[in-house]
Design a protein around this ligand. Structure first.
Ligand code: HPA
Length: 272
């Protein structure tokens, strides 16, 4: 039995069925899981094939519960490429969510902002990405499923839902292109100037391989960044992990509010 099927069986045994939404919670964003009603929490260590994250600010628990009319699975903490050099490190959790029939997967992250309006504390909608790492989680896979189309990988109708929810909350929701640097070192100012020239608005060390995997398994995706700092050398930006964690924790209320407002209604089978 493959690990994602074993993981799926474990969830079913715990009474967790098809979620309307799944959310991967990035650095310092674990607070969203506290908003779930009737939660059931399972440590990653107990789920076959789930990677352990050694990064502070990442809890390492799956939490299933409800928001409004929706069933939601939150992955509180993710593992990153830079932890062991495996770009497919999140393959089992994402394959499992797809096998469960998850309606849509929302990725969240802490990111550096490359435009002045993407100031620390801002929540931003990711509308496209640049895979600058040179890595791909599908390298080595056999068969035609690896040739994943990436147009509209960030599902336009999900983006529309986020925009509508932000409007209801009277919250600005700037949008941008996210560029994946492998990390774990932060960027140099020269690298950030290059990212700007390439057309990036946000930079970070996650999300891109997860979106590629999610599209590989046919999951609809949306993604949000919480900007924790300006990119190195831009507008005084000098990012550090401590700053990322602190700003993400302090600024997570807007992210939690936007997720809660967006996810309270399940998606219909056919996206409007
Ligand atoms: N660069 C890369 N990753 C990040 C940053 C950054 O500036 N901020 C938060 N995660």
């Amino acid at each position: 039995m493959t690990t994602d099927l074993a993981a799926q069986d474990l969830l079913r045994a715990a009474g967790i069925g098809r979620p309307d939404w799944a959310v991967v919670l990035g650095t310092g964003l674990g607070a969203f899981a506290d908003a779930l009603e009737n939660p059931i929490a399972i440590p990653y260590a107990a789920i076959p094939g789930f990677p352990q994250s050694g990064v502070s600010g990442h809890e390492g628990r799956l939490i299933a519960g409800r928001i409004g009319r929706s069933r939601v699975i939150a992955l509180q903490g993710r593992a990153h490429y830079y932890e062991n050099g495996d770009a497919a490190i999140m393959r089992t959790p994402i394959a499992m969510l797809a096998a469960l029939g998850t309606g849509a997967l929302i990725l969240t992250n802490a990111a550096g902002g490359l435009r002045e309006d993407l100031a620390p504390g801002t929540v931003a909608l990711i509308t496209d990405h640049i895979n600058f790492s040179g890595r791909n989680p599908l390298i080595g896979e056999i068969g035609d499923a690896r040739f994943v189309p990436m147009v509209n990988a960030y599902e336009p109708s999900l983006n529309a839902r986020f925009r509508a929810a932000a409007q209801r909350l009277d919250m600005p929701l700037p949008e941008g292109v996210y560029l994946w640097f492998s990390g774990p070192s932060f960027e140099t100012p020269a690298e950030i100037r290059m990212a700007v020239m390439l057309g990036a608005d946000l930079v970070g060390m996650s999300t891109v391989p997860e979106v590629i995997l999610a599209r590989r398994f046919g999951l609809r995706c949306g993604a949000l960044s919480l900007v924790t700092n300006y990119g190195a050398g831009l507008f005084g930006g000098a990012p550090s992990h401590d700053e990322t964690r602190k700003v993400a924790a302090d600024g997570s209320a807007d992210m939690v509010a936007l997720l809660t407002e967006t996810l309270r209604e399940p998606l219909s089978e056919k996206l409007a």
